[in-house]
Each structure stands twice: as structure tokens, then as C-alpha cells.
Design a protein around this ligand. Sequence first.
Ligand code: ADP
Ligand code: MG
Length: 690
Amino acid sequence: MGDRYGKLLERLGIRTFADLLWHLPTRYLDYSRFVPLRMLRPGKEQTVEALLGRMTQRRTSRGQPMTEVELNDPADGLPSGVKATWFGRQFIRERFPEGQLVRLSGEVKWFGRTPQLANPKIEPASAEAVHTGRIVPVYGLTEGLKEGVLRRWLHTAVEGGPKRSPVVDEVPERLPDSIRERRGLLGVRDALREVHFPSDWGHLFAARRRLAFEELLVLQLALGQRRARWTRDAKAVALRADDAAVEAWIADLPFVLTTGQRTALAQIRADLARTVPMSRLLEGDVGSGKTVVAALAARIAAASGAQAAIMAPTELLAEQHFRSLASLYGEGGPRIALLTSSVSGAARRETLARIASGALDVVVGTHALVEERVAFERLALAVVDEQHRFGVRQRATFREKGIDPHLLLTTATPIPQTLSQTLYRDLDMSVLNEMPAGERNIETVVRGADALPKMWPWLREKAEQGEQAFVVTPRIEEDADADVPSAEATHRELARNELRGLRLALLHGKMPAKERDEIMRRFAAREIDVLVATTVVEVGIDIPNAAVMVILGAERFGLAQLHQLRGRVGRRGQRAFCVLVSEKAGESERLAAMTATKRRPDGTEVPLDGFDLARKDLEIRGAGEFLGEAQSGMENELRIVDLADVDPTLLDETALETDGILDADPQLERPEHAGLAAAVEDLWRRYALA
Ligand code: ADP
Ligand code: MG
């Protein structure tokens, strides 16, 4: 292809024939509908065969070169009245002489009273159909690389050329025959041929399904094997506490544990008692009480003479956890300390020394605890709060330091079963699916922007009565797209007009962490009435007095996100409000779900909970969107599967096959699994490079 094209392709990530073959079409044009010239109908894309008649080139009034050709009927050679026109493409005239029989595909428009083909694709009728007369692939391009050129290369790659066998025939089959037969999957070569140049829509579907199947299977095998590796050659410290001690700690808590908390604790205890390091995700809605579970796990570590680290995403959250733990443990509990960047000088040196000597049992901090070189005497449990993917990556960091702690990850994102058995198969799950502090009392309403002039005075009244409010926007700054509410503009406007005189503050992710923490601290201390913020307020912070959550541009948030934001208010069980403001107030299925209810077995109507909403989000928006920021693991290496659009049955089927394979042949050593083993290795290599 030469240097120049080589560089262009490199920009698309294509270095080898294999890369080229895996550069899949982003969409397709249906040019498969052949119509006799005289039957052309405006509207749809159609294909005709025609003899090229008189051709003229001129310039339009705007100075654009235009080529126009009369199309003659191939049967009798007479003019059909239909014309084809092209703007730009002056080469048409040189390439296609008058009298040639050609195939033309494109959109048909009225021109006066005759139909016209506007900028159609054209090929000699005698040539193999590549650009016309079939379902035509459309590829992602880069500047300087023409669509036709790339399509032609791919055609040669899958169909071969003169005296050239197609490179697709060298692609190794990686799926075992048994799976292909059982699941009715195409061979990989046929699949690649059909995905680039489909014979029809049915074949295209089958081809995509087959490629997606392999990709999901390989991803799950990789995750499953990683898990097995953790299990196999890892030596964690077995942590045990006797029942009597644990029950005494629980009895000392200021509240009674929920059933979910008890179950989660039992699962964690069983994991901790083994030398296989735990990899457990503790899932529970905002406010479901994950902290106390983590605190008890850490206490088990302390009672076993080992240390625990509890890591939060922000310094403020770390401080909050530190205070919670101190009060949950009370007298005679583990020796705990806070280690954030605000702890400095002599205090810091002392804390570090006590961590190193084992004089501290539980250390609460941010992720810097693992990233910086904090030396523990005997770290046996790491809790990573609200950043579970990060937690998984940290396992490698720990291992480099020669330790293999039990990992407890927490998340407020409810992960639907289809995803947990596939993308999260490297983790065990514990779920807190009830709220401890009694029912929340939050009224959610969806309103158009036209409701704002009435809403702000209402909000002002609430604030004047001492209730605190959040106003959340999708953007930080204003930009060209003025329709999207921004935190800065909203804050400025409200401070100047509707909420003048109230204590307003602005909070967003571009502010330095210190400044953000300071504002949250003041908000928690009730020194601020209304906090205008972006979704930085989403995670974990407890502002018991906040009773109003206004979300502007609500259609721009995922359901899980909206639900988490809503979870920031009404935390004492007081009457609270969540106002979702959206231009799409009336039509959005998603926003409607936020106010929907379901009937409990006992007949009461309750709002959809986090799991219901997550499932809905998955249905409406697909997994990719759903996972959002949380999606930063290996699933980013997927090249075919669009998580935003993946068929749940495919997830189920591949999960089942993965279980079967790993049960029978965990190391993928059998000859029939050699292909899969190679594919897993490829995936790890790509992941390592990424
Ligand atoms: P999250 O799961 O969002 O991290 P927290 O652990 O911060 O939730 O708990 C939210 C609030 O609920 C805290 O004030 C905590 O003390 C309280 N809480 C936790 N468990 C219980 C319980 N079993 N009964 C009553 N209150 C509880
Ligand atoms: Mg929490």
C-alpha cells in the first residue's frame, strides 16, 4: 500500500492485515434494491443499470463543478428521462465513457417532474459489485483516505483479487467446533466475509453475532483466568475472629444491622478466613450502609493481628469515613488513623512510623495510600470505596509490593445480573438491597424549563426555612451549545437574581480538590444554603440536612446517576424533593422511570429502587452508557461488541460457555482450546499496551 497509505492506516490503528480485517463497518448502505430505470421512485436508495447517454459538465451558480448525464434504457438504448448528477467528482467523465453499461446506486430525488440520481455511486455493470448494487459497507475513515479506496482494499481482503487469494482465508478459527455447532455460529472466515460484504441482512446479523460471541467469550475467559491466577498463586493472611467477639461488636453498634448487612458480613468473614485473597464487590444503593460492613471487616483484620486500609475517592470522604469508624468502633476498638495530604509534618511522620511498626490497625485515606509508598507492617485487607474498577487494578500494585491483601470493593452502582456474570466475573458479589434507616420520603417530579420561574422562589423559601439544596448541572462551563445548563452560568445567574441574598456556592471537578473539600465541609456545616454543582457531589457524601435536589438538563444523566444524586437528599428520613428539569420532560421514558412505582408483594406502591432503575437503564441505553465512567477495565478492548447495544441472550450464552470451558479445562490446555488460549493472550497483550 506504500508509505503514504501506511501512515493513514496507522491513524486508524491498522498495522497488519488482521487489523484491516477487524476494521469493521460502522454502518451499511442498502443498495441491494434493483429497479428498472423507468420505475425509479424518489425517496429510498435504489440501484439501476443504465447506458450512459449524453454527458455535460458545467458550473453551478455557486461555482461548483457539476457533471450531468442522461441515462438510457439498457433494453432499447432510448433515453429514459432519468438523469444522474454529481457535484465535484469531475473524474466521472474520464472514467466512464458515453455508451458504457453501468450500475448506479444512490438516493433518488425529484428534479422537476423527473426522478434523478443525486451523487450516485457508479461501477461498470461488468465489474463485481463492490460500491453499488448490494449492501455496501461504510467504514470509519481518516482525512486523506477515501471511502472507495478502503472499501476496495477490504473487498480484496475478503474476496481476493485477480490471481490473489483472500487474506481472510489465513485467519485462524479460534472457537472450538463443539461450541460453534451448539450455538449455530458461522466460521470466522465466513463471518468476516459477511460482516464486510453481507449477502443479505440475515447473514450480516449472523456474522456480527458470531464475532461478538467470540469476543465476549474471550473476555470472560481472560477475566476468569485472572481470577484463577489470583486464587492459585496468592497467599493472603487468613483473618479470623470468633463469633462471640463479632456479635459483641455488632451489639455495640448504635443500630441493628439489616439482614443484607448481616449476610454480606458472613460472606466476607468466610472469604477472609481463607488464604485465598478475597475479591468481593459490596453493592448497595446510596445510604444502604456499606460503611459499617467495611468497618466490621477491618475490625476482623485488626483482631487477627493484621492491618486494614480503607480508601476513599476524595479526602473529604476519607475524613467522613474516619469519623464514622471512630464512632462505630467506640472504646476498645481497633487503633485507627487518618492519612490524607492534610496530615503533614511531624504528625504525618508519626502516623507513617506507626503504620510501619504495626502500632495502627486501621488506616483511612485516599488512594494515595497505595500509590505512595506507605509501608505497612502487615496489610491484610484493603477496602476501596466507590471505585471498584480502580480497586481491581490496585491488586497488581499490591502484588508488586509483595503483598496480597483481601480486597473489598464497594459500589453504589447496582450491576444487573447479565453484566455481573460476564464483565464482573472476576469478582464475587454481596448485595445490600434494603435501606436501613427506614423509608426515605423523597418526592420526585419531572418539569419542563418553563417551570423554573416558579421553582426558584419555592427553592428560596425552602432555603430560608433552613433546608439545604443542591442544584446539579450537566456541564461546568458554558459553551457554544448554550442549551446545556452549566454550573458556572447557573451559579452566576442565581446569585444575581432568583436566589440573591442566599449563601450560594459553586462546586465542580475542575476546582482543586482542596477547594472542593472546603466547600463540602462548609455545606455540611450548614454555612451554605444552595450548592450549585456538577456530578462531583455524586459519591458518598453525607449531608443529613439537605432536602432539595434540583437537576437541570436531567435528560443528560443516566438513571443510575440520577438515582445516586437523588440519594444525596432526605437522608434523615425528612420530607425531601427531587426536581428533574428537562426540555424533554414529557417524552423521556428514562425520566418517567424516576417517578415510576412498583407494587410490592404486600400491595404497597414503592418507587423503583436502584436495581430496578439500573435494569431499565440497561434496557433503554445499553451497557456501555450504563457503565459510564465505571467502565474502564478490559471491556474497553472490545472491538466488535458494542456494550451499548449488546443482546442479553448473548451475554447469557457466553457466560454459560465460559463456565463450561473453565470447569473442564481451567488452563485452556486442551488442543481444542488452543485457539481460545491464543485469543486470550492477544487480549492481554492489547490490554497491556492500552
Ligand atoms: P453507603 O452505603 O451509601 O456508603 P453509609 O454506610 O454511609 O451508606 O450509611 C448511610 C447511613 O445509614 C449512615 O448514617 C449509617 O450510620 C446509617 N446506617 C447504616 N447501617 C444502618 C442500620 N443497619 N440501621 C440504621 N442506620 C444505619
Ligand atoms: Mg459510602
